[in-house]
Design a binder for this molecule. Structure first.
Ligand SMILES: Cc1cc2nc3c(=O)[nH]c(=O)nc-3n(C[C@H](O)[C@H](O)[C@H](O)COP(=O)(O)OP(=O)(O)OC[C@H]3O[C@@H](n4cnc5c(N)ncnc54)[C@H](O)[C@@H]3O)c2cc1C
Length: 417
C-alpha cells in the first residue's frame, strides 16, 4: 500500500520481497486462514474490492489480489529479493542495502529505508524445558500450513489467541486430537457480534448510506487514541450483555476469558500489544462442545518424550507441539538487518505507551514508531492490519514525499522510545 501511495506521489521506490510472488506471504499461511475483518474494512487504496467479493476474504484470494494490485498499480516490485543487511551513512544520508536477488548479490543506495516486513517481527519461540528429549515435532504457527499430516495425531497448541484458535480448528478439521494450552486470558468476541455492533461505519449499510472507506477512515481516526478506551469500554459492556450465555458456556470449559485489564476489549488490546485476542469464527463452539480441549492457567513444567507435564503434575500426550506464541516487535528485524545498537536506539514498535500489561509507559499518543520518524534518521516502519496500513500509509508516503522534494520537515519533538 505504501508502494502504491509513493507511486501516485511520484516518489521512486523499490519494493523488495523475498518470496517468489506478490501475495505469497498470505498464500504461505495456514490453509484455513480467512481475514477476520469484513471486506468493507480491508480495502486497499485506489482499487477497492469488487462488489461480489466475499465478506471474509480467503487467504489465497487475498494473495491473488495483491499480485494483481502490484501489476495494475505499476509498482517496481522485486520478487525473490531478500534484503540481507543495511547500513546508514550519516554524512551522505544514504543507506547501503545488500540484496540477494534470485541468488545474485546486488547493492542499493536509497535515501530512505522502510521496514514493511510484516505486522510483527520474527516469531516468538518459547524455550520449552525438556524439548531436547521430546520425540515429536515442535513448530511455530508461522511454519504451520496444513493439518493433513497430523490426522489422528495428538497435537498440543501452545497459545490461545488468533493463531492458536485458527491452527486448532485447522488441525481438528484434519482429524487431529487437539489440546490448546492457555497461559493468559484471551479476549474473545463473536464475529457476528462485532459485525453488528463494532463495524457500523465499515459495512454494507454504511456504504449504501454514502460512507465509503475513505470517509469511514477519517471518522475512525477522528477519535484520538487517548479517548478510545471509554468508548470501547461502553461497546464491550453491550457485547458482554448480548453474548452473556456464550461467554458463560465458554468459561465453563475452563477457558480463561478477559476483556483487557481495564475492560476495554479487543481493539484496545490490538493497539496496545497486538496480541491476546480472538475474533470467534467457530473455534469457541468447538471448545465449548469439547472437540478442542483446553488446558488453561497451569504453567508447563517440562516436555517429556511423549508429551507435556504441567506444574500441577498432570500430563497430556502429544505427537507434536505447535507454538502459537505470536511474534516479536518489528525492531528485532532492524537488529537482524542493521545492527543491535540501531534497533535498541529505535526501540520497540507498536503499542501506545498506555501503562497496561505489555505496553509500558511513557504515553506516546500514537502507535510507537509506526508511520513516523524514528530515533534512526531515514528509517521508518509501515505495517499493521490492512485498515491501519491503508490509512497511515498515506501519511508515511507524504512524509517521504516531502523529504524527496527537499521540503523542510521539522519533527515536533524527538521520538520517544
Ligand atoms: C495469521 C494471521 C492472520 C491475520 N489476519 C488478519 C486479518 O484478518 N485482517 C487484517 O487486516 N490483518 C490480518 N493479519 C495481519 C496481516 O499480517 C496484515 O494485515 C498484512 O499481512 C500486513 O501486510 P504487510 O505487508 O505489512 O506484512 P506481510 O504480509 O507479513 O508482508 C511482509 C513481507 O515482507 C517480506 N520480508 C520480510 N523480511 C524481508 C527481507 N529481509 N527481505 C525481503 N522481504 C522481506 C516477507 O516475505 C513478507 O512478504 C493477520 C496476520 C497473521 C499472521
Amino acid at each position: 500500500m505504501l508502494g502504491a501511495r509513493l507511486k501516485q506521489l511520484g516518489v521512486p521506490a523499490i519494493i523488495l520481497e523475498k518470496n517468489d510472488k506478490p501475495g505469497d506471504s498470505w498464500r504461505n499461511r495456514y490453509r484455513s486462514l480467512v481475514l477476520h475483518d469484513p471486506v468493507w474494512y480491508d480495502h486497499l487504496p485506489y482499487i477497492p474490492f469488487p462488489a461480489h467479493w466475499p465478506v471474509f476474504t480467503p487467504k489465497d484470494q487475498m494473495g491473488d489480489w495483491l499480485e494483481m494490485y502490484v501489476k495494475v498499480m505499476g509498482l517496481t516490485y522485486w520478487t525473490g529479493s531478500e534484503a540481507t543487511s543495511a547500513t546508514f551513512d550519516g554524512a551522505e544520508k544514504r543507506w547501503t542495502v545488500n540484496v540477494l536477488r534470485n541468488g545474485v548479490e546486488s547493492t542499493l543506495h536509497p535515501a530512505q529505508l522502510v521496514f514493511a516486513t510484516g505486522a510483527y517481527g520474527p516469531p516468538k519461540w518459547l524455550d520449552l524445558p525438556g524439548a531436547e528429549r521430546f520425540n515429536g515435532e515442535i513448530l511455530h504457527s508461522s511454519q504451520y500450513s496444513d493439518g493433513a499430516r497430523f490426522k489422528t495425531k495428538k497435537v498440543a497448541v501452545i497459545g490461545a489467541a488468533s493463531s492458536g484458535h485458527d491452527v486448532s480448528v485447522d488441525l481438528w478439521e484434519a482429524g487431529a486430537e487437539v489440546t490448546m494450552i492457555q497461559r493468559n486470558p484471551t479476549t474473545v468476541v463473536r464475529s457476528d457480534t462485532l459485525m453488528d455492533l463494532a463495524f457500523d461505519i465499515y459495512s454494507e449499510q454504511a456504504t449504501a448510506d454514502g460512507i465509503d472507506v475513505d470517509k469511514a477512515d477519517l471518522i475512525a481516526a477522528a477519535t484520538p487514541f487517548a479517548l478510545q478506551p471509554a468508548a470501547q469500554r461502553a461497546l464491550y459492556e453491550r457485547i458482554r450483555a448480548r453474548d452473556a450465555d456464550f461467554y458463560q458456556r465458554l468459561q465453563a470449559t475452563g477457558f480463561l476469558l478477559d476483556f483487557g485489564d481495564d475492560d476495554t476489549g479487543l481493539m484496545m488490546k490490538a493497539y496496545r500489544t497486538g496480541s491476546g485476542y480472538y475474533v470467534d469464527v467457530g473455534a469457541s463452539e468447538l471448545i465449548i462442545n469439547g472437540d478442542i480441549k483446553v488446558k488453561a492457567g497451569v504453567a508447563i513444567d517440562t516436555l517429556t518424550p511423549t508429551g507435556i507435564r504441567f506444574a500441577d503434575g498432570t500430563e497430556i500426550a502429544a505427537d507434536a507441539v505447535i507454538q502459537s506464541t505470536g511474534f516479536q516487535s518489528m525492531h528485532e528485524v532492524v537488529a537482524q538487518l542493521v545492527d543491535r545498537q540501531t534497533a535498541d536506539a529505535v526501540g520497540p514498535c507498536w503499542g501506545l505507551g498506555s501503562g497496561h500489561r505489555n505496553d509500558p509507559l511513557p504515553w506516546h499518543g500514537e502507535l510507537r514508531n509506526m508511520y513516523k520518524p524514528t530515533a534512526q534518521e531515514n528509517l521508518w516502519f509501515q505495517g499493521g492490519n490492512l485498515a491501519l496500513s491503508r490509512f497511515f500509509s498515506k501519511f508515511l508516503a507524504l512524509q517521504l514525499k516531502a523529504r524527496y522534494e527537499g521540503i523542510p520537515t521539522p519533527v515536533y519533538r524527538p521520538p520517544l522510545t
